[in-house]
Design a protein around this ligand. Structure first.
Ligand code: NOJ
Length: 553
């Protein structure tokens, strides 16, 4: 490999280099004790996040919702669901985070609302062709009596994307589009009324003081004219499509919406930021989301989904820096979130598991825990040395594996129900996290209730246990975050080093970074001084699935 110097984008905005910690509120901390986490719970645990050393938090949705898709089905965009608290609890949490120097990003779900949203309820009562129906995507069915859905699109959660309604007079009626669950009707973003409504929603949260938004399904908001039939080449493409043009993913028109929102955010001080959730097949396409007048960041899902293979990881890092660099944006990096198998398990799977399918009692290819954890720690040691912004998902700092043995009767993900149990879905990465080994619900609350069962062996991963163990994953994260700050690794250039085919190796200023993905130990030579290691090893040879930061004498 030749030495190739690549530069992160210039600029000093906080989001270019921030480490952003994702809080999945229902599984983080539960102050009310009802088994579902809440905003007062978040506030009560902010000290531990400050201690961890992150720059910002992103909260998955806590707005009013019937919770058919864990809050990604919003019924009122301007209020907090009673499950999670009140607007006053939100304001308290925001102020407490800001007081600790932690910025706050909230989740915006603009592709679809809940079917309980007042607009959708009005649409059901109104006539075909009415302004109320025009806020969503209603169409007549095909066939003699309109009994065939308007097209063949398949829902991400399984089944079709269309549901037929009964008209107010009791007759079988029109169909409405939902990329996800039938309880999540898609808005029609060609309708100016929808656009104006969301400008208002953005301002509502910006006025309260949020630092930005994670934009859900940012690539799905515009559908191709005429809603033409489309059959995906394989199931694994369900959230983004392959190379071909998918009529409901990544349509050109979405970019106008972001340009419009960019202007709304620019009216506010403090570098407020938009981060797009856009599952796109290539980095070239992904980078279009962050051109200078559009979003500020977009998730790097190609990086997240790259398997544990040195050449592939090097390739995706190189392409990310190049493609994002071309548009002047920082790359983002992410290994886990609430939609995929936790990386402490995913990186050691021995069978393919498409994004969102999860892993459960009957799955093939279950990972070995020690291998998965070693790889996860090495992967994170690489990620936190990369220039740009990194996203962490709650619990990964504890090395939490996927919960793989959740009994069927506890499952809640619509994927499980819509596929009749064929795909386990995402519950395994959403289990409430452990804080104290010997407390009820591992300190998630004081009552012991938990909306998903917590595995018995999770006391090993509890924060207090890891706090007391200098070799723990928690200490590794704290060290990496502290050193990243000290050496200012969030910005700047990356120089590739050649340490062989099985290594990922690069230099960040004086800091050398290496991971060994090969079967044999990787000898570095005796002129190295280690700064930190993903797991402790002696000598100067990096063992398999280990990583390190070091300087050269
Ligand atoms: C992406 C979210 O991350 C996921 O959890 C949700 O189910 C879908 N969007 C639908 O909103």
């Amino acid at each position: 490999m030749t030495e190739l110097e690549q530069f992160a984008a210039p600029g000093s905005e906080w989001w270019r280099s921030a480490v952003i910690y994702q809080i999945y509120p229902r599984s983080f901390a539960d102050a009310s004790g009802d088994g579902i986490g809440d905003l007062p719970g978040v506030t009560s645990r902010l000290d531990s996040l400050q201690d961890l050393g992150i720059d910002a938090i992103w909260l998955s949705p806590f707005m009013t919702s019937p919770q058919k898709d864990a809050g990604y089905d919003v019924a009122d965009y301007r209020d907090v669901d009673p499950l999670f608290g009140t607007l006053a609890d939100f304001d308290t949490m925001l102020a407490a985070a800001h007081a600790r120097g932690i910025r706050v990003i909230v989740d915006l779900v603009p592709n679809h609302s809940s079917d309980q949203h007042v607009w959708f309820q009005q649409a059901l009562k109104a006539a075909p062709g009415s302004p109320e129906r025009a806020r969503y995507i209603f169409r007549d069915g095909k066939g003699e009596n309109g009994e065939i859905p308007p097209n063949n699109w398949e829902s991400v959660f399984g089944g079709g994307q269309w549901t037929r309604i009964t008209e107010p007079d009791g007759t079988p009626g029109q169909w409405y589009l939902h990329i996800f669950d039938p309880s999540q009707p898609d808005f029609d973003w060609t309708n100016e009324e929808v656009r104006e409504e969301f400008r208002g929603v953005l301002r509502f949260w910006l006025d309260r003081g949020v630092d930005g938004f994670r934009v859900d399904v940012a690539h799905g908001m515009i559908k191709a004219d005429g809603l033409p039939d489309y059959t995906p080449p394989s199931e694994s493409d369900s959230m983004g499509g392959g190379e071909d043009d998918v009529p409901y993913w990544g349509q050109e028109g979405v970019h106008d919406i972001y340009r419009d929102w960019h202007k709304v955010l620019a009216e506010y001080d403090g570098d407020r930021a938009l981060c797009g959730e856009a599952w796109l097949p290539t980095l070239k396409k992904t980078a279009l989301w962050v051109r200078p007048d559009e979003m500020h960041q977009t998730f790097n899902f190609p990086y997240m989904m790259t398997e544990w293979d040195a050449e592939k990881v090097r390739g995706v890092i190189r392409d990310s820096l190049e493609e994002f660099g071309k548009v002047g944006a920082p790359s983002t990096w992410v290994l886990s979130n609430h939609d995929v198998i936790r990386h402490a398990s995913r990186l050691a799977l021995t069978a393919d598991s498409p994004q969102g399918d999860g892993i459960g009692p009957k799955s093939a290819g279950k990972p070995d825990e020690a291998t998965g954890l070693a790889r996860a720690r090495a992967a994170t040691t690489i990620m936190l040395a990369l220039p740009g912004s990194s996203y962490l998902y709650q619990g990964e700092e504890l090395g939490l594996p996927e919960a793989m043995e959740i009994p069927d009767e506890f499952r809640q993900d619509p994927t499980w129900f819509r596929t009749n149990g064929e795909r386990y879905g995402r519950d395994g990465c959403r289990v409430p996290i452990p804080w104290e080994a010997d407390a009820a619900a591992y300190g998630f609350n004081t009552t012991g209730d938990s909306w998903l069962p917590q595995p018995e062996e999770w006391s090993r991963f509890a924060r207090d246990v890891e706090e007391a163990d200098p070799a723990s994953t928690l200490h590794m994260y704290k060290t990496l975050l502290g050193m990243r700050r000290e050496f200012e690794l969030g910005n700047g250039s990356l120089v590739w080093e050649d340490l062989g085919e099985s290594a990922i190796a690069f230099r960040r200023g004086d800091v050398y970074v290496v991971a060994n993905l090969g079967a044999e130990p990787l000898e570095l030579g005796d002129d190295v001084t280690f700064i930190t290691q993903s797991q402790r090893f002696d000598g100067t040879a990096v063992p398999t699935d280990h990583a390190a930061w070091y300087t050269k004498n």
